[in-house]
Design a protein around this ligand. Structure first.
Ligand SMILES: Nc1ncnc2c1ncn2[C@@H]1O[C@H](COP(=O)(O)OP(=O)(O)OP(=O)(O)O)[C@@H](O)[C@H]1O
Ligand SMILES: [Mg+2]
Length: 364
């Protein structure tokens, strides 16, 4: 074990979020309840370090200056702005404090789904065809064939996503675009709707040192998976958690997708299949894609990549997004469920993320 460190856990609690009259009910669903930082603190203490919690708002600057931690465990989503998840990391870099997880550019990039998809396209990594809309009157491109899927460009926890996100004609498209603009006041992302299974893969650790934003080394230039790549990536320090499938069959009539309602109200009732029933080949492909997205986006320490497997094309995997700050709520967060499937407790998962950051920052 590394030396005893002083860790500050920074999160944004839902109960401390700003309140306005016209906020939708799901507006702050990406934020945490007290349970999450409490469990993270208990885990860090179990790991032999000191830990204290601070709300990740502007008051944190004085607190961090007064009580300089050795490392910050950051899970702040922040509240406003097109790069909100980067704001606390930017402050931490100004304060010259090391922190867990991905850095400023990566967090800003991955929050913005269209920007991330442009990067994935450049690397020839599969993501659904898409178009962005800045207003409801823009013309739909000819190659965007219904059914399509409409979502806000920069949200998480399926904020703004319901069965109405699947649009089957121009009228439904325009209605949903209007809803996104009025409610979330941001660009709308319209994607090809991928009918099929829903799988998410978590990883913990790092590949290589700096975030070079390129494919894993041996692949650079070939852009193809070659035998032995995954072994190299594992040996380099990346742990692949088993893929988790959300069993959407009981909700086929009501939603058919992983909506905000399922992630919040019904989170404890859903059946999660973990490891998801997949062939060895499919698993390897998904693991490789997960590592590749992690690497090209420049992620650190942990992440979760969401996929849909296209039932109309031999279950070809499509990358929906990467979450460089995946939820760490005990029991219900996807990453926590995946870890549990290989007997990694919440506390151990937290300590693995922490250790990845400790090693990366040379704090051993
Ligand atoms: N193109 C698509 N085709 C089919 N379903 C989709 C598509 N895009 C999103 N979905 C559905 O909506 C859900 C949420 O989408 P996405 O993962 O992009 O949102 P999110 O709010 O960022 O999620 P997270 O909670 O993982 O942060 C997906 O898990 C999937 O069920
Ligand atoms: Mg998602």
């Amino acid at each position: 074990m590394s030396r005893k460190l002083k860790i500050a856990v920074l999160a944004n609690l839902k109960k401390n979020a700003p309140k306005f009259d016209d906020l939708s009910d799901d507006y702050w669903d990406d934020l945490d309840s007290e349970k999450t930082p409490e469990a993270i603190i208990a885990a860090i203490q179990q790991g032999g370090h000191e830990a204290v919690f601070y709300e990740g708002d502007l008051s944190v600057v004085d607190k961090l200056r007064a009580n300089r931690p050795d490392l910050v465990f950051n899970i702040c989503e922040s509240h406003f702005g097109d790069s909100r998840e980067s704001q606390i990391p930017a402050l931490l870099e100004m304060l010259r404090l090391p922190y867990t997880g991905s850095r400023v550019l990566t967090l800003a990039l991955c929050l913005d789904k269209p920007m991330t998809k442009r990067l994935l396209n450049w690397h020839e990594l599969p993501t659904p065809a898409f178009q962005t809309f800045e207003n409801e009157n823009e013309t739909l491109d000819d190659d965007m064939i219904f059914p399509l899927f409409v979502k806000p460009a920069r949200e998480g926890t399926s904020v703004g996503i319901s069965s109405k996100s699947i649009v089957r004609d121009e009228k439904e498209l325009r209605e949903q675009l209007r809803f996104v603009f009025q409610t979330y006041k941001q660009t709308a992302l319209v994607e090809k709707y991928i009918a099929g299974r829903e799988v998410t893969l978590g990883i913990v650790g790092n590949i290589g040192g700096f975030s070079a934003r390129r494919l894993p080394q041996r692949l650079y230039g070939t852009r193809r998976r070659t035998p032995g790549d995954l072994d190299d990536i594992r040996a380099g320090g990346l742990l692949f958690l088993p893929p988790m499938e959300v069993d959407l069959k009981p909700y086929q009539q009501t939603e058919g997708i992983y909506t905000n309602r399922l992630k919040t109200e019904l989170a404890e009732q859903i059946t999660y299949l973990c490891p998801a029933p997949l062939s060895r080949e499919q698993m390897e492909e998904l693991n490789w894609l997960t590592a590749a997205v992690f690497r090209v986006c420049g992620c650190h320490d942990f992440s979760r990549v969401d996929f849909r497997l296209d039932e109309n094309d031999n279950f070809k995997p499509y990358i929906l997004e990467i979450n460089p700050l995946p939820g760490l709520t005990p029991i219900i967060s996807d990453l926590v469920i995946e870890a549990a499937a290989v007997n990694i407790s919440h506390a151990e998962l937290v300590n693995r993320v922490l250790d990845a950051a400790i090693r990366r920052h040379g704090l051993l």
